[in-house]
Ligand binder design. Sequence first.
Ligand SMILES: Nc1ncnc2c1ncn2[C@@H]1O[C@H](COP(=O)(O)OP(=O)(O)OP(=O)(O)O)[C@@H](O)[C@H]1O
Length: 296
Amino acid sequence: MNTEPLLTVSNFSVVYDVDPPVEAVSDVSLTLHRGEILGLAGESGCGKTSLAYGIQRLLKPPAVIPSGSAIFHDESGENVDLNALDDAAMRRFRWDKASMVFQGAMNALNPVATVGKQLGDVFETHRPRMSKAERTEESAQLLDLVGVGRDRLRSYPHELSGGMRQRVMIAMALALKPQLMIMDEPTTALDVLVQREILQQISDLRKQFGFSVIFITHDLPLLLEISDRIAVMRQGRIVELDTASNIYHHARHEYTRTLLGSFPSLTGERGGFVRGRSEPAATAVSTATTSAGGQA
Ligand SMILES: Nc1ncnc2c1ncn2[C@@H]1O[C@H](COP(=O)(O)OP(=O)(O)OP(=O)(O)O)[C@@H](O)[C@H]1O
């Protein structure tokens, strides 16, 4: 596995300055490798979103970041301290270097503009030197890439299924070939089969383009299937960070085992693992997730 760092987060904390203050993220340190999918797991409210948004400085008051740094190791060799960027530089960074697919993003498309126009707008804003023909061709290629197909360029969002709309959002996030994509529960609203197809595609695309993904969800079986490594968060802290296989077979932290145990598809009736330790993780986990889908 490539262990060249893309993002180094050190001693990062996020506090919501309400009464009493909520320490949503406490002293988190982690390194994201170039080209890897890092899953961020944990129950609702454990601080996953606050951490991901905080790194990209997307949080608004009452959120404050009392301590910590996030350094982006650009492919040019430059180390970018995200805390040191002014607002304009940060906005550029967010589209060019790192993009984000938000929770419920598929409902964020403009209902009165075609998907081709909305993709084209990304290029018009960020690549002003591109001609209209180039923008259209790039947009068409993106729609092909995410499995929507270029014949949908003239479709309006309401003419597309939820899965298709989510793919369009992923196409937008990919448009400027970022090195990092942060996905916050990107497929939760979709049915399980569509979800799996989209995740497979994200995994294939990152192999093709080499970007890294931080994938946030409370759905641990899903993370076990798609992630290279998984960080388990609890009450604002990362309690365990390891390969998906080690998390599944050799979880060290009691809380990780409890979390694994809370998914019936991963465990037997008495809470023990159904599948043997010698079984390859990918096979075991993919079967487990399929059966989770069947029960959902
Ligand atoms: N604007 C806010 N003001 C006060 N507290 C907040 C605010 N936003 C989030 N919190 C608190 O911060 C903590 C972490 O929330 P966060 O949304 O980061 O968790 P999460 O793990 O992403 O949860 P979910 O999966 O439900 O999105 C929670 O206790 C939450 O109640």
